[in-house]
Structures are given as structure tokens and as C-alpha cells.
Design a protein around this ligand. Structure first.
Ligand SMILES: Nc1nc2c(ncn2[C@@H]2O[C@H](COP(=O)(O)OP(=O)(O)O)[C@@H](O)[C@H]2O)c(=O)[nH]1
Ligand SMILES: [Mg+2]
Length: 254
């Protein structure tokens, strides 16, 4: 018994064929659409059946759409997939099966077809940093956007996910691994084929968001030891501090 969450933003060429493939494989499908201008949300609503649609007012970020899907899910086993067919619906039953006995199931890309050099490079660097800093090579594809997880697990760690970001699975897993280790995580392999219709919504802000999240709480920032006066300085004392250049120094470092 699974809920499938599909975040969408301008996926009008893909959404109906995808729902035709995925709806029969799940108890429910939850489409989280950010008011796509191309009518994706309406098309999903017209599909009916076991498809539920959440329309948010504007583009609010992939990770926040994923979390909203988990919050809406009626099943405890939830699978997240892109709307663009790069995550093949045929893998959904495999993830669902593994999710019966695991907390997190990653659909790992053993082969990627159709990406350019730049996208390969971004993905390789992002994966290498995650492996070095958090997973010591024990997770096959921590950057995957195709995964299953228990609703209860994701809701426990949802505060650690950056809403605008792209890497919800990475943020959840790094906390999960810290608390429980690797035994509750399984992986199934598949071949990723890049989308035929529409364009990727991954852009520089999402990449920067990931880099920020990598180092958040990992590398302690050196603290600046600035003496705080115990007594409120009088105006004359303040004048003296200002004239000594202390304030302009503070302004510069802030
Ligand atoms: N609701 C919502 N969906 C999004 C947003 N950004 C991307 N998506 C959807 O999330 C999925 C992943 O985005 P995609 O552009 O395919 O990223 P890529 O696979 O990394 O190139 C697709 O189904 C998009 O339509 C967003 O801000 N809000
Ligand atoms: Mg995609």
C-alpha cells in the first residue's frame, strides 16, 4: 500500500501519460503543483480516480513540494518521483516491495543517458562531497530524486530540509544515518534516461542551496571573540570608542 508523490512545475507534456502508468501501481497519487502556467495542475485534476492534486500559489521549491506530499499522504509508505519519465514507473513496485522492510529505499542510477557534460560534472561533484562528508561511500546514489521513505521518518526530519532546495533525500538521510546507521536503507538500481519533454528546473540557486546545506553544522565557523562591555557605555565612553576606530572596524567585519 503506497502513496506516490509527484511534484510538478510545467509538465503538461508528461503529466497525463505518467499518471496513466503510475495510478494503477499505487493506492493514491498526490500531485503537488506550483500553479504551473501550462495547465499541468488542471490536467492532473481532470485525471480523477485515485489522483489527488494540491495546487500551491506559486513556485515554492522542489523540496517543500515533496514534504507537502508526505504530509498529505494517507499511507505510511511513500514514493517520490519526477513527472518527466526519467524515473521509470516500472521501478515503483520494486521500491514499494523494499519499503515493506526498510525505512528508506533509494532508486539508484546505475547508468545515466542523455545528460550533457556540465550536468554530469555537477552531479559527480555533489555526490562526491556528500560521500566524503557524510556517507563514506556506503550510499550508492545519495543525490537521487527517486526514492521511497516512511512518512513517519520524513516527518521526523523535515525541519532539516531546505524548502527551496532539490536534495530532500540527502537532508533526511544524513540525519537518519546519524541516528540509526545504514541498516534501514535499501537501494534498487535503474537506468536514468533524461526527459524528452520540457526542461530541467534545476538552476544555480538550487545548486548553491545544496552547497550551503552540505556545510551547515558540519564545519564549525571560527568564532570572533569581540569583547562585550558589561556596563552600558556612557555617551562620552561611546565617543571615545568611536574615535578609537572600534566601530568602523566592527562595521567592516560585519
Ligand atoms: N511543485 C514543484 N515542483 C517542482 C519544482 N521544481 C521542480 N519541480 C518538479 O520536480 C521534478 C524534478 O524537477 P526536474 O526539472 O525534472 O529536475 P532534474 O530532474 O533534476 O533536472 C519535476 O517533476 C518538476 O516538474 C517546484 O518548485 N515546485
Ligand atoms: Mg527530472
Amino acid at each position: 500500500m503506497v502513496s506516490v508523490v509527484i511534484p510538478t512545475y510545467n509538465e503538461c507534456e508528461n503529466i497525463v501519460p505518467l499518471l496513466e502508468c503510475v495510478a494503477p501501481l499505487a493506492e493514491e497519487v498526490i500531485v503537488v503543483d506550483d500553479n504551473s502556467v501550462d495547465g499541468t495542475g488542471q490536467m492532473a485534476m481532470d485525471f480523477g480516480g485515485n489522483v489527488r492534486v494540491v495546487i500551491r500559489p506559486c513556485k515554492m521549491g522542489l523540496s517543500s513540494a515533496i514534504l507537502r506530499g508526505f504530509n498529505e499522504a494517507r499511507e505510511d509508505d511513500v514514493i517520490v518521483m519526477d513527472a518527466d519519465f526519467s524515473h521509470p514507473p516500472s521501478v515503483v513496485p520494486e521500491i514499494a516491495e523494499a519499503l515493506k522492510t526498510h525505512d528508506i529505499v533509494i532508486a539508484s542510477r546505475d547508468k545515466i543517458i542523455g545528460w550533457g557534460v556540465r550536468r554530469h560534472l555537477v552531479s559527480k561533484v555533489a555526490t562526491a562531497l556528500a560521500q566524503i562528508l557524510y556517507f563514506r561511500g556506503r550510499i550508492n546514489d545519495p543525490m537521487s530524486g527517486f526514492f521511497g521513505a516512511k512518512k513517519s521518518i520524513v516527518e521526523r526530519y523535515e525541519d532539516s530540509v531546505s524548502p527551496q532546495g532539490y536534495k530532500a533525500l540527502f537532508a533526511i538521510m544524513r540525519n537518519y544515518v546519524h541516528d540509526y546507521g545504514y541498516d534501514g536503507i535499501a537501494s534498487v538500481n535503474y537506468t536514468f534516461i533524461n526527459r524528452k519533454f520540457g526542461g530541467s528546473k534545476l538552476s544555480m540557486p538550487e545548486i548553491m542551496d545544496y552547497i550551503r546545506s552540505l556545510f551547515k553544522g558540519k564545519i564549525p565557523m571560527p568564532s570572533l571573540k569581540i569583547p562585550i562591555p558589561l556596563v552600558q557605555p556612557s555617551y562620552t565612553a561611546l565617543d571615545r570608542i568611536q574615535s578609537s576606530g572600534y566601530c568602523s572596524f566592527m562595521m567592516r567585519i560585519l
